[in-house]
Ligand binder design. Structure first.
Ligand code: ATP
Length: 262
């Protein structure tokens, strides 16, 4: 595999009269951590679904992990991608125990049960629960978890299969301040881990960009406003174009904060 995990050229997605995204050229390399930032309805989830091989483009080409959508078996490609989204969380049965939510991701890929795999999987799941700070919740039913605990469980599940690409759709949505800060710190740890997979995180808020993320793609009305290195792309001008407001951007240490001017 070469170093590009996502390669999109001239991509558009159309549904009836609606252009969900248009004219997207975008590449993500193995060691990059991307933020896709934009307002509601900008096309962020559409872009992530393309990257997750959950959707095909109407025009253009999408290559994920060296496989071109439309010319590859997506059922073989998807297990190589870790996708965390509200839709994934909604599919988890409420009575499933946290440890099983995580470990079952491994079974889906292995497709069989063996004693020695079972032990390896259980150990791996325990390690991931620990990394995400939810080891104490291993025996709790998923439905009894707080929103933040659920998000962390889904991220642990996505990492269980050692994906080559990790996609996070609004991981901090619905979290309180403490929960957001905790998640941002954990994602930052992951982003800085050289063994972690390539990552793309979708968000509405610059405050949710974890330190260690390297690149940003700003999206508005289905089109790319700017993309490249985070520090080059995250400017007041670009944010104004993206969100249609005059925004003041501040950087404090390795975090960003934005508010409307005036
Ligand atoms: N199947 C569909 N048919 C028609 N329009 C659609 C369809 N799916 C999405 N859209 C529209 O495409 C646009 C982009 O949707 P998308 O979910 O990608 O945006 P988003 O940036 O993720 O938004 P949000 O931040 O609100 O989740 C929205 O205006 C949405 O209403």
């Amino acid at each position: 595999m070469d170093d590009q995990v996502i390669r999109m050229g001239g991509v558009s997605v159309r549904r009836g009269e609606n252009l969900l995204v248009g004219g997207v050229d975008w590449s993500v390399e193995l060691d990059e951590r991307w933020v896709v930032l934009g307002p509601n309805g900008a096309g962020k989830t559409t872009l992530l679904k393309l990257a997750g091989a959950e959707m095909h483009p109407t025009t253009g080409t999408v290559e994920i992990l060296d496989e071109q959508l439309g010319r590859t078996n997506v059922f073989e490609l998807r297990p190589r991608i870790g996708l965390c989204s509200a839709a994934v969380a909604a599919r988890v049965p409420g009575d499933e125990l946290v440890r099983d939510v995580v470990v079952s991701a491994g079974y889906a890929v292995l497709g069989r049960w063996r004693e020695e795999y079972d032990r390896m999987d259980t150990d791996r799941a325990a390690e991931l629960l620990d990394t995400l700070g939810i080891a104490h919740l291993a025996d709790r039913a998923f439905a009894t978890l707080s929103e933040g605990e659920r998000k962390r469980t889904i991220i642990a599940r996505a990492l269980m299969t050692d994906p080559e690409l990790l996609l996070l759709d609004e991981p901090a949505a619905g979290l309180d301040l403490g929960g957001r800060e905790d998640l941002v710190a954990r994602l930052s740890g992951l982003a800085m881990d050289p063994d972690a997979p390539a990552m793309t995180l979708v968000t509405h808020h610059v405050e949710e960009i974890p330190p260690g993320f390297t690149h940003a793609l700003l999206l508005a009305d289905g089109g790319v406003v700017a993309q490249g290195l985070l520090d080059d792309v995250l400017t007041e001008d670009n944010l104004a174009k993206t969100f249609g407001q005059d925004l003041e951007l501040q950087r404090s240490g390795d975090r960003y904060f934005a508010r409307r001017r005036g």
